[in-house]
Design a protein around this ligand. Structure first.
Ligand SMILES: C[S@@+](CC[C@H](N)C(=O)[O-])C[C@H]1O[C@@H](n2cnc3c(N)ncnc32)[C@H](O)[C@@H]1O
Length: 224
């Protein structure tokens, strides 16, 4: 099946409706939490491609305020309802929005997190993505990215490690597996990399899958 942005969006929508999304089940939270920088209580965090809102809920538990965006409207509505029922609407809210056109003003956030969203954005849109993350972060704001790594030996029966370009399409969904160099090249002009770590997980995507994630904490470079 060909990849188009519309088919990909429908895939995420369907996956959330049916509970068949494969990413939410990867236990990345522990490592992600370990890599968070020190920030004041009440710091404002933007979570890009926030999905079911589980990471956002974790950030609220750590004392931060969170705005999440996702381009699937139905999951945004569902998560906002849950946030209301759970009584923390004053600490977190989700909005319908695209990572390539973030619906917030400049320099509004102390930190932005992206857990598994950039990997679904095609290479031609990476500069626009970085520009939007950079625009909406405070001076010296932090950015935590968690993405599929090219070190991955097996994913849905495919071997990213031996791939030359790291691109893979399955069920109309685009996946990109990142090298360390790519991350440096994509973000290096606008961000300093503070810390980078890799973690391997047995994914539930396919019986023998073994997925390596790359965790990168960066800080916005000051304007020169
Ligand atoms: C792999 S899921 C990760 C969800 C969540 N961050 C998590 O860790 O469970 C990727 C998410 O990014 C969203 N997404 C993909 N492309 C997007 C875009 N251009 N703008 C906003 N959201 C996007 C999808 O709808 C999906 O919820």
């Amino acid at each position: 099946m060909e990849h188009t942005p519309e088919i990909q969006k429908q895939y995420f929508q369907f996956a959330y409706q049916t509970g068949s999304d494969i990413w939410t089940h990867i236990p990345y939270t522990y490592k992600a939490q370990q890599m968070l920088p020190f920030m004041e209580r009440d710091a404002l965090v933007l979570d890009i491609g926030a999905g079911r809102g589980l990471w956002a809920a974790k950030l609220v538990g750590l004392g931060y305020r969170v705005l999440g965006i996702d381009y699937v409207e139905s999951i945004v509505e569902k998560v906002n309802k849950r946030i209301q029922e759970d009584g923390y609407m004053d600490r977190a809210r989700f909005m319908h929005g695209d990572a390539l056109n973030i619906p917030f003003v400049d320099k509004g956030f102390d930190m932005t997190t992206d857990i598994g969203t950039l990997q679904h954005i095609t290479e031609n849109n990476w500069p626009q993505y970085v520009s939007e993350i950079h625009r909406t972060l405070n001076d010296h704001g932090y950015y935590l990215n968690i993405s599929l790594s090219r070190k991955t030996p097996q994913f849905l029966g495919w071997n990213p490690h031996s791939s030359t370009d790291g691109n893979f399409t399955k069920f109309g969904v685009h996946y990109h597996f990142f090298t360390q160099n790519e991350i440096q090249e994509i973000f290096g002009n606008h961000f300093n990399i503070i810390e980078q770590q890799f973690e391997t997980y047995n994914s539930q995507s396919d019986p023998n899958d073994n997925v390596v994630l790359v965790f990168t904490l960066m800080q916005k470079k000051s304007a020169s």
